[in-house]
Design a protein around this ligand. Structure first.
Ligand code: HSE
Length: 402
């Protein structure tokens, strides 16, 4: 018997327990031993399956030698951080879906795990049910990975899809996303792009060796300023608005660049058809070319699938955790303010002023407004031109063009 404790029995934790019970036979066959849930830790008085102890006391888990694998699905860092540290220091393997904890303290927790000969696995932290961390660290590791483009936040993708396809209002779509269990405890983490930023940091760490712990430096704009007008503008140019997380490696400088921003995604792009709560992550490697990973990015069962996948990895290698990819030195972040890009911006006012300020641009009608797509230019040059233009015409918030 391999003892498991689940800390935090919300959307994800309850899904993990459900999967461990429902797929018990399959999992026993896969791991060669029974994975038995001994404890569920939660402050609420919940109904728990027979044979499982519901506790409010973390020490019960820490002091029970039968617990070999701890699942941390509490979210946040206040309790999750010290509890995870104590579990690892006590020689317990820890498996988590907690992107905030991994993005903020992942480097430290991984080194504690290594020092104690245990695993700290976090497949579920990014892309919900999509296998992405393990494929990057194992299946693709023979490649030099140079670029990532992803839709990594299920809630905002759901909101944008509902607004675009069904004309549902932002508050109504947000309410439904909450009901479905997609939204963070603080919805601003989704809407303002912080959740996507954390996931981008985790991906850049896996793909390029970016440091974990300072994800706040990644330029991030969420979807709170995206309007119906932006969606019409994107449609006029044959595309849709999506919240994209982007990262690329500047190999010659040994730095990486990344951002999270609402983007115009043209209909020919593979990410265009990624709707609803689905996530997709495109990774470029020098031999494999582009690979795209697609699936449900949030929700109880898909996320539980990724957590339990990590539990299986741990259970199959209890005494000798599988070696994960390690980078000799961290790759520093460079915001690359002059990197070339194109923008799509809504406007009302003098078209000639727009043409003069943005040479080579294309202008299209969209309802009562117009939209301009710029030619490619350094980001700082474009920003200054748009800024200067705002005194002559009324501009919407710019979308990056993917
Ligand atoms: N709030 C997150 C999302 C949950 O919407 O993607 C899954 O990480």
């Amino acid at each position: 018997m391999i003892g498991v404790a689940v800390m935090g029995c919300g959307v994800v934790g309850s899904g993990v327990v459900e999967m461990l019970i429902e797929n018990r036979e399959l999992l026993t066959g896969t791991t060669g031993d029974e994975l038995r849930v001994l404890y569920m830790l939660d402050l609420r008085d919940l109904d728990v399956p027979e044979g499982v102890v519901l506790t409010k006391n973390f020490e019960d888990i820490l002091n029970d030698e039968r617990v070999q694998i701890v699942v941390e699905t509490m979210g946040g860092t206040r309790f999750a951080y010290p509890y995870t540290k104590q579990c690892l220091e006590a020689g317990r393997h820890v498996v988590t879906s907690n992107k905030e904890l991994v993005a903020d303290h992942g480097d430290e927790l991984l080194s504690i795990a290594k020092a104690h000969g245990v695993s700290y696995l976090y497949e579920a932290s990014t892309g919900g049910g999509i296998p992405i961390i393990r494929p990057i660290q194992q299946d693709l590791r023979a490649n030099k990975l140079s670029e990532i483009n992803g839709i990594v936040n299920g809630s905002t993708n759901y909101l944008l899809t509902e607004m675009r396809e069904k004309g549902v209002s932002f508050p109504a779509a947000l309410g439904e996303a909450k009901r479905l269990g997609y939204v963070e405890a603080n919805p601003a983490a989704d809407v303002e792009g912080w959740d996507a930023r954390r996931k981008l940091a985790i991906l850049a760490n896996a793909a390029f060796g970016a440091k974990l712990g300072d994800n706040q430096i990644i330029p991030t704009t969420g979807i709170s300023a995206v309007t119906e007008g932006d969606m019409n503008a994107a449609a006029a140019f044959g595309g849709a608005v999506k919240l994209i997380a982007h990262a690329h490696l500047n190999e010659s400088e040994n730095t990486w660049t990344g951002w999270v921003h609402p983007c115009f995604v043209p209909s020919a792009h593979p990410l265009y058809n990624v709707n609803d709560v689905f996530n997709a992550i495109m990774v470029h490697g020098n031999f494999v070319d582009n690979v795209m990973f697609f699936g449900r990015g949030a929700g109880s069962k898909p996320t539980a699938s990724a957590v339990v996948g990590d539990i299986v990895e741990v259970a199959q290698s209890l005494d000798a955790p599988r070696k994960r990819l390690e980078y000799a030195s961290p790759v520093a972040f460079d915001a690359a303010p002059s990197a070339p890009r194109r923008l799509l911006v809504r406007f009302t006012g003098d078209e000639n002023a727009v043409k003069a300020a943005l040479p080579g641009c294309i202008i299209k009608e969209c309802g009562d407004e117009k939209a301009v797509m710029t030619a490619e230019a350094p980001a700082d040059v474009l920003n200054s031109a748009v800024q200067a233009l705002s005194s002559a015409v009324q501009l919407g918030a710019p979308l990056f063009v993917l």
